[in-house]
Design a protein around this ligand. Structure first.
Ligand SMILES: Cc1ncc(COP(=O)(O)O)c(C=O)c1O
Length: 388
């Protein structure tokens, strides 16, 4: 009855973990991929006012001009590169839609998209929906989950269409330094490949680390499709606003896909984004500092659990903990933690990466502390037969 393209998409084990947790009750959820902070008041007020002011009709398909102008100014300021707001910025229904549009508009069936492991799972689903093949390059904990440009280059074939780059990274929390990014861009230019650069966690970097955007390198515009979002920066995941920045010759085609699916992004939410960008940025900094404290506490507690090791992540709000010394498959371990401790994490295999679990610190410090206490106890009581 249904199309193969959707039937072939596998249901994530994440749903069965959530069902298990709901059945058990009294769980602490550290699998979250969204800020636990309330959306800042002034942004909410702007959204409400936009509704009262009658911004409840279709907007321009590319997005409201004022927001596109602000985004173009931000890119100019942060990256020193000019994108025309008129035809090089497209406002989308979150970064998620931006990714879908980019992949569907770029990849032909049979072409290959290079995805670094561990990955953000929708990359693979989008590649599948486009009929393209996901080609994996495995990153290593021992290298800080930073891509080795030579390994990326070795994965390129005549069928390679795009490489997806995600920094700051979900699930590893790594932030890619300038040099590998520069080299990957050089490779993309030489081999005429597009880089899809997902930068939705750009504002969440810690300990003096800087986020380097791929579009800030000279001559990047022709080879990079920049994906970004308001979701994480302003804790407004439910308002669903993201954007794409690309050269006009590409954006005009991305626009066709966006128009077909969405007509325009949510208009009152775009008005709220204008307020978010024009207003004080203290809320962003306050959230960033709070995440940094939680990260420090979480990683310290993770490393006190026998058999678990975690390096300090530099960005986003995830720790990717190494559980290889426990000798248990990550899915079994995550199931055991739900049942035994009422702690919900995400198994590494959900990101095509065994031996690790993702722990989100987008949660209250008390919850993180309690979860780590429970997890330690559960690990100490873990039966030797688990996963055997
Ligand atoms: C790596 C990455 N990209 C994109 C998104 C999409 O976010 P949104 O659609 O809320 O902008 C997410 C959400 O978790 C993400 O983790």
């Amino acid at each position: 009855m249904l199309a193969d393209r959707i039937l072939n998409v596998q249901r994530s084990p994440f749903y069965s973990i959530m069902e298990l947790a709901a059945k058990r009750g009294d769980c602490i959820y550290l699998q979250l991929g969204e800020p636990d902070f309330a959306t800042p008041r002034h942004i909410l007020e702007a959204a409400k006012k936009a509704l009262d002011d009658g911004h409840t009709h279709y907007g321009p398909d590319r997005g409201i001009p004022e927001l596109r102008q602000l985004i173009a100014e931000k890119i100019q300021k942060q990256c020193g590169v000019s994108y025309r707001w008129e035809d090089e910025i497209l406002i989308t229904a979150g970064g998620q839609a931006a990714l879908h549009i980019a992949i569907m508009a770029l990849a032909n069936p049979g072409e290959e998209i290079i995805i670094l492991l561990p990955h953000y799972p929708p990359y693979v689903v989008n590649a599948q929906l486009a009929g393209a093949k996901a080609v994996f390059v495995k990153l290593k904990k021992e290298e800080g989950f930073i891509p080795d440009p030579s390994a990326v280059e070795r994965a390129i074939t005549p069928k390679t269409k795009a490489i997806i780059i995600l920094t700051p990274n979900n699930p590893t929390g790594s932030v890619y330094p300038e040099e590998p990014l520069r080299r990957i861009l050089e490779i993309a230019k030489k081999r005429d490949i597009i880089l899809i650069s997902d930068e939705v966690y750009e504002s969440l970097v810690y300990g003096g680390v800087q986020h380097k955007s791929l579009i800030s390198f000279p001559g990047a515009k022709d080879h990079v499709v920049h994906v970004n979002s308001f979701s994480k920066t302003y804790a407004m995941t439910g308002l669903r606003v993201g954007y794409l920045a690309a050269s006009s010759d590409k954006l005009v085609h991305l626009l066709k896909y966006h128009h077909t699916v969405n007509i325009s992004a949510n208009v009152p939410a775009q008005v709220a984004c204008v307020t978010a960008m024009k207003g004080p940025q203290d809320c962003v900094e306050e959230m960033r500092q709070a995440y940094q404290k939680r990260r420090d506490m979480l990683v310290e507690m993770l490393n006190e659990i026998p058999g678990v090791h975690c390096d300090l992540p530099k960005g986003a709000f995830f720790a990717f903990a190494d559980i290889r010394n426990l000798g248990v498959p990550s899915l079994d371990f995550v199931q055991y933690l739900v049942n035994e401790a009422g702690v919900v994490l995400t198994n590494g295999t959900g990101f095509d990466y065994e031996g690790f679990v993702r722990v989100s610190y987008a949660a209250k410090p008390e919850s993180i502390k309690q979860a780590m206490d429970r997890m330690k106890k559960a690990v100490l009581n873990m039966p030797a037969t688990l996963g055997k």
